[in-house]
Structures are given as C-alpha cells and as structure tokens.
Design a protein around this ligand. Structure first.
Ligand SMILES: [Zn+2]
Length: 215
C-alpha cells in the first residue's frame, strides 16, 4: 500500500537536506546522494543519478521498494542506491542515509586515518571513531556488505578516496552527523598541527550517548 502523503513528506524532507548541504557547501554539483525511508510504507525516497542539485525538485526524486524496484519517478536512481537499501535492510532503526564528499573528511580517508572522537558533538553523532573503508567501487551490494561490517556500532564511515556516508533515525539526523563529522575532521586536522589531540574514551562517549537517548 502506498501512502501518498507520507511519501510526499519524505520527498520534501530529502529536498530540505539537499538545500542544507548546498548551503553548507558540502555537496557541490551532482556529488553524493541522499535518501529517506518512509516509516509508514517502508519505501525509500532517493536522489537521482548524476543530476544537479541546483535544479533538483521533488519531482526528480525516485521512490524505490526495499529491493530496488522503481515504484515512482521519471529519473534513474542514484547508482549508490544498493548501499542505501542495504543499510535500511540491516539497520531497522535507520531511516535516513546521507552520502557526501567533504574535503577534510576525505583527507582523513585518503590518509587512511580514522577520525577520532576528539570533538564531543561528533563523537556522540557518529557513535565513536569514524572508520575508514579502503577504496573500491561503491555501487554494489558486495561493497555495502563490507561497509556495514566496518561501520558496526557507528553512524558514519569514510570511503577512502571518495567520501562520507552517515546514517540516522531520520534523514535530518544523518545530515547533522555529516556536518559534525566534517567539523570533527577539521578540528582534528588543526589539533594535529598543534600537538597530540585528546581522544574521548569510548566508555565516556557511550555514557553521553545513552544520556542523549534518554532525553
Ligand atoms: Zn560519491
């Protein structure tokens, strides 16, 4: 059963995140992709493949079922849709996925250096250090399988030489995590030039995360 209202709301929310990412200068041109799972129907609303954000509207978004069949939409879905769908299958509490290509985060990925939780806001959003996945083609279910293993217990992962993927209970949470990780990467980069950054321990982070969840 499709629910037009809930799907339309998800489309608006995806477009809001698209606009916020553009404003934050995180995803220029056609880079990255954003999706939202409609909790009422289980359908996934995703940005189209290789289509400029500047001219994108709700009518350009594609609605997929969990197996990747196009339910609605005139455009080709993002080529990384298999990664988004695999996340939704594996993690039932996740309803938003954001893939971007921010500069500082990518620099850590290329250096093969996990982004440590030195900045507390980043640590809470990501769930700990952000792991790095070695470079490989990102459009397949096999890639998604490997990625999900590496990001167990985390809401963010860096694909080396490519970009960042964040997840959250909502697409807005995934967006917030994207901003926090890029900010965390910038802060760590500067801190590394000054000395040895202090890394917040996982135990302390877990405490802070459970406090946040109890709010
Ligand atoms: Zn990408």
């Amino acid at each position: 059963m499709t629910n037009v209202n809930s799907i339309n709301q998800c489309k608006e929310r995806v477009m809001n995140v698209v606009r916020k990412l553009m404003k934050a200068n995180i995803n220029p041109l056609t880079q990255g992709n954003i999706s939202c799972r409609d909790t009422e129907t289980g359908l996934v609303i995703i940005t189209p493949h290789d289509y400029p954000y500047e001219i994108m509207t709700v009518d350009d978004l594609v609605v997929l079922d969990i197996d990747g069949n196009v339910v609605e939409g005139k455009r080709v879905p993002s080529c990384e849709a298999p990664v988004h769908l695999s996340v939704y299958k594996k993690r039932p509490k996740v309803n938003g996925v954001v893939h971007t290509e921010p500069i500082y985060t990518n620099a850590f990925g290329i250096a093969g250096r996990p982004i440590e939780p030195c900045f507390v806001n980043m640590g809470i959003c990501a769930g700990g250090a952000v792991p790095i996945m070695p470079f490989e083609d990102s459009g397949s279910y096999e890639f998604a399988e490997k990625m999900l293993k590496l990001m167990e217990g985390r809401n963010a992962i860096v694909w080396a030489c490519h970009g960042l993927l964040t997840v959250g209970p909502t697409v807005e949470d995934a967006f917030k995590c994207t901003v926090m990780v890029e900010q965390g990467a910038q802060i760590n980069y500067v801190a590394l030039s000054l000395g040895t950054p202090y890394v917040i321990g996982q135990k302390k982070l877990d405490q802070l995360i459970s406090l946040k969840e109890g709010e």
